[in-house]
Design a protein around this ligand. Sequence first.
Ligand code: ZN
Length: 428
Amino acid sequence: MSNHSNIKNLLLLFIFLNSNVQILLAQNPEKCATVSVAKRLADENPALIDIRKQYEKDIQQWIENNKSLRLSEDQEAIKTIPVVVHVVYKNTTENISNSVITSQLNVLNKDFRKLNTDMVPSSHPFYTIAGDAGIEFCLASVDPSGNPTSGITRTSTTVSRFSDDEKVKSSATGGANAWDTKKYLNLWVCDLGSSLLGYATFPDLNAFPSVDGVVIGYQYFGLSGTIGGANNLGRTATHEIGHWLDLYHIWGDEPDCDADDEVTDTPKQAGENYSCPAASNGFATDACTGSNPGIMYQNYMDYTDDACMSIFTNGQICRMKAVLNTTRTGLFTGVRCSGTTAVNTSIADKIRIYPNPVNHYISIEGLPQTKQPYFNVTFINMLGKVIYTTQFSYKDALLELGDLNTGTYIMTISNDDFYTTQKITVVK
Ligand SMILES: [Zn+2]
């Protein structure tokens, strides 16, 4: 962290610098409304300012206490966040398909694990700063009442367009109510117009459970094709969930070189970047850096096009891990991604995974034909740790589990078009 004794309170700064910010926003489109929403919520609920200060202290303390953790050791402890997607639609275009939702989960599971294939090349100076956050996402298979679910809710609305307020988060105002925000990441997908891509709440909004979560325009959710323009690769969710895990914009949200994002390994930069500012060597500079490799426009927390962003840094990952170990620990109290579910529940009924409990070999039958000819399989233990991964290329598979210890695991089977989970018990 850049300066422990002088931790910046972004919300207060925004109050003081509001006039400058308004000028900045007038010149450039506000792709993400997270910071302005945080300012408004703090204006409406002054208690949030103290809550935020306390949360920042908790985060810094956790980072201080855990700085001796070697990243390689910490990477073993994969944390899986249960997700509910609330689709709030007025027409069929806004009622995005299950496969688009699955594609979004797959993007998140690549971006937060440094498995994305568009990473900067290994020769680039930023390559070694980029890290694996060790965070994965699953569509919830158990709802707040303990019933099986696909992890997707669909709500027809008469509202033509939502904005950066809380209306989409309440059935009373044409939206969908949140599921317990301490236990689930709530993602609302709706019409936000064409210029606003999305907004999130910082972790202090955990104190206001009905609004804690992320809202994303339907055009920008998942692999959305031409409808999403240059924001069609699912990176809006990556960016907004970064905020939800307490990351700031990489330029520090002020148009100068003093502002910082409270992360030491991201270079200072004067402002946000649009499009893709890369020179052919992958470097770009601005008023703050002035020399190569310059600014990190490839960071998920900039405003660049989806195809141009590919990095969370180790410093950013440290902040996110601190949040998951302090303010957002409720996400991991209990297993909410278990049982047989698929994004298409009619498919889930046809899948046969047996025997269960299993001793050595397990059969998987009835998987749908998908564009991708293979499926990825992951076994996660009850501590959230990935124990075993494999891939199979056949419609019906026989997996050998002889090396797995006795115990209960969550098995996920997925590819770009498909996702399902099943609780598996291994006996010897
Ligand atoms: Zn943002």
